[in-house]
Design a protein. Structure first.
Length: 486
C-alpha cells in the first residue's frame, strides 16, 4: 500500500488533520494506496513556500540557469520512464501502449519546449517623439505573474499538468498543483525529479484533495494566488471563476467539449476510419478533444459505418500491462454509472444501437473494474440528449448529411467549441469548412496532432484564453512597459 503525501517546499509531508482517502485502481477497483488530503493549513504552507521561492533563489536565478534546470527535469522524467509509466497506468487504467507513446514522453517534452521557447520570444520597443525634440524610448519586459494555482485533470494526468507547469516555470513563476483526487501518483513522483534536477525548494508544490471544502476550494480562493489554470468540466470551471473573482485574478481554462468529425465522400477512407476510431475510443473516450458526433456524407455513410463498427468491435479491453490491450476502463465507478446512464438514455430516446451499449464480461480481478463497451448509435435527431451533452466515454452518434451548409450548421449547433475534425481530399473544401467551424482547433485529415507552438483552447463554453507557444507566455507573464525620457 503506497502512501501518497503532499510535496511542499521540497519535502513530502502528511496532513496535519490525519485525513486520507483511497487511491483506487480503476481496472479492478482494488485499493492501491492512501492519499493525504490537504486542509487549509497545508494549502497555506504550499502557497507561502511558493511565494518565498519567488522572492528568493528562483526569482533571482539567471534565465539560462533556469532553462538548464528545466531541461534536467525533462531528462529526469525520461530517466525514470518506467516508473512514471506504471504510476500513470495504475491510476488511470489506460494501456501502456498509449501512455508510453503520448502521456510520458509528451509530459517530459513540455519542460524542454517551453524552456527553449521562452529564451527566443522578443518583446516590443518604440521611439516616441516629444515636444522638446529629444524623444523617449519605450520598451516592454516580461515579469513572472507570481504564484500559479494549477488544477489538473485525471484523463491525461502528467501530460496536462506539465502542459501548465512547464511554461509557468519557464516564465519564472512558482506553482501549487492540485492534481485530480483520482490520479495523484505522477504529479507526486515529479517532486522527486524536481529535487534531483536542482529546482529550489518551494518552486513546485503539490497538494492533494477534493474540490468544495477541500484543497481545490482553499487553493482557488487563496488571496496570495496570482493566476489559476484549470482543465476539467465546464461546471467546475464556472465555480472557479466565481471563487477567483474577489481577488481579480487571471484564469486560463480548458473545459468540456462535444466535438464533431465531418467526413466527406471524397475522403481517404482508410485514414478517416483510423483517425475517427482513435478520436472516439482512445483513452476509453476520456479525452476532452475526442469525437462524440460523427457526420458522414450520405454516399459513403453505410460503408463508413460498417467499417467503423468492425474496428470498434475489434478493440481489445484489458489490463494496462497486457501488450494486446487497446482500451482500458473508465476512471471510476461513479463515471461508469454516468456513462451507462447515457447509454440507457440513447435507447430510451430511440437510438439505433449499432454496437456496444453495455458492460463487457471481464476475467478475474478485472471483472470488478469500471468497464464499458465501445458504443456506436445512429438514428437520433440533433436534439437528442447524447447528441447534445458531453458524455466523456467511448461512444459516438453517426449521422448522414447531404450538403456542406447542412453539416456545418449541425457541427456548430452546440454550446461547446473545443475541437473538430474534417476528412476530405479537396483542399479548397478543407480550408473553407475549417474556417467555418466554431472550434478552437480544427484538424484536417488528422486528429490529436499537436504543435506546441500553436494556440490551444476552446470557444464558447469550452474555455477561456489560449495556451501554447507565445500564448502561454502571455498568460504566465505580466508585460511591463518602461518609458525612458531621453
Amino acid at each position: 500500500m503506497k502512501e501518497i503525501k503532499h510535496f511542499i517546499n521540497g519535502e513530502f509531508v502528511g496532513s496535519a488533520s490525519g485525513k486520507t482517502f483511497a487511491n483506487i485502481n480503476p481496472a479492478t477497483n482494488q485499493q492501491l494506496g492512501i492519499v493525504h488530503e490537504a486542509g487549509k493549513a497545508e494549502v497555506d504552507q504550499a502557497v507561502a513556500a511558493a511565494n518565498a521561492a519567488l522572492k528568493g533563489p528562483w526569482g533571482k536565478m539567471p534565465v539560462a540557469e533556469r532553462m538548464a534546470i528545466l531541461h534536467k527535469v525533462a531528462d529526469g522524467i525520461n530517466a525514470r520512464f518506467d516508473e512514471f509509466l506504471e504510476a500513470e497506468c495504475l491510476d488511470t487504467g489506460k494501456p501502456k501502449s498509449l501512455a508510453s507513446h503520448i502521456d510520458i514522453p509528451r509530459g517530459a517534452a513540455n519542460f524542454k519546449v517551453f524552456a527553449d521557447l521562452f529564451k527566443n520570444v522578443p518583446t516590443e520597443s518604440f521611439m516616441l517623439d516629444t515636444p522638446d525634440g529629444k524623444g523617449a524610448l519605450n520598451y516592454a519586459i516580461r515579469k513572472p505573474k507570481g504564484v500559479i494555482a494549477v488544477i489538473s485533470p485525471w484523463n491525461l494526468p502528467l501530460l496536462l499538468m506539465t502542459w501548465k507547469v512547464g511554461p509557468a516555470l519557464a516564465c519564472g513563476n512558482t506553482v501549487v498543483v492540485k492534481p485530480s483526487e483520482e490520479t495523484p501518483r505522477t504529479t507526486t513522483l515529479l517532486g522527486e525529479v524536481m529535487n534531483a534536477a536542482g529546482v529550489p525548494k518551494g518552486v513546485y508544490n503539490v497538494i492533494h484533495g477534493f474540490g468544495p471544502n477541500s484543497a481545490g476550494e482553499f487553493l482557488t480562493t487563496h488571496p496570495d494566488i496570482n493566476g489559476i489554470t484549470f482543465t476539467g468540466e465546464t461546471r467546475t470551471g464556472a465555480a472557479i471563476v466565481k471563487a477567483s473573482a474577489d481577488h481579480i485574478r487571471h484564469v486560463s481554462f480548458e473545459l468540456g467539449g462535444k466535438n464533431p468529425a465531418v467526413v466527406f465522400a471524397d475522403c481517404d477512407m482508410d485514414k478517416a476510419i483510423e483517425g475517427t476510431l482513435r478520436s472516439v475510443f482512445a483513452n476509453c473516450g476520456q479525452v476532452c478533444l475526442g469525437t462524440e458526433r460523427v457526420y458522414v456524407e450520405r454516399p459513403i455513410f453505410n460503408e463508413f459505418l460498417s467499417r467503423l463498427t468492425e474496428a470498434a468491435e475489434g478493440m481489445q479491453l484489458g489490463a494496462w500491462d497486457d501488450a494486446c490491450t487497446s482500451m482500458g476502463p473508465l476512471i471510476s465507478k461513479e463515471h461508469q454509472q454516468k456513462v451507462l446512464s447515457y447509454y440507457a438514455k440513447a435507447i430510451e430516446e430511440g437510438a439505433n444501437l449499432i454496437t456496444g451499449g453495455g458492460v463487457p464480461e471481464m476475467p478475474g480481478a478485472l471483472a470488478e473494474g469500471n468497464w464499458v463497451q465501445p458504443t456506436i448509435w445512429t438514428g437520433l435527431p440533433e436534439t437528442a440528449t447524447v447528441v447534445k451533452e458531453e458524455i466523456f466515454g467511448p461512444c459516438c452518434h453517426v449521422q448522414p448529411f447531404d450538403s456542406e451548409d447542412e453539416v456545418v450548421a449541425w457541427a456548430n449547433d452546440t454550446k461547446y467549441g473545443l475541437a473538430a475534425a474534417v476528412w476530405t481530399e479537396n483542399t479548397s473544401r478543407a480550408h473553407r469548412v475549417a474556417a467555418q467551424l466554431d472550434a478552437g482547433i480544427v484538424w484536417v485529415n488528422s486528429w490529436f496532432l499537436r504543435d506546441l507552438r500553436t494556440p490551444f483552447g476552446g470557444m464558447k463554453h469550452s474555455g477561456i484564453g489560449r495556451e501554447g507557444g507565445v500564448h502561454s507566455l502571455e498568460f504566465y507573464t505580466e508585460l511591463k512597459n518602461v518609458c525612458v525620457k531621453l
